[in-house]
Design a protein. Structure first.
Length: 86
């Protein structure tokens, strides 16, 4: 497989991971490889996405809890009114 065989969408994602930068030339031996930098960037993006989805899930749970509390209040009020008619 060569670079021409890579799916265009995958190629775009790969370029995004590498920040569209070609290698700067020979790298120092102590510099991390580009793949390691790309994996670190991917891990950072994944962690950011996970945090935002955790925040969204917590917001949905809080909305659900408010709905349940409101529904219980309405149910209690309705039950009390119906008891008054007996």
């Amino acid at each position: 497989m060569n670079h021409l065989d890579i799916d265009h969408a995958a190629l775009t994602q790969i370029r995004n991971l590498y920040d569209h930068r070609p290698p700067p030339g020979p790298t120092a031996l102590d510099a991390p490889p580009r793949t390691a930098a790309a994996l670190a960037r991917l891990a950072s993006q994944w962690e950011s996405s996970r945090r935002s989805s955790d925040a969204a899930r917590m917001a949905h749970l809080e909305d659900l809890e408010r709905f349940v509390v409101a529904a219980n209040d309405i149910d209690s009020e309705l039950s009390a009114r119906l008891e008054g008619f007996r």
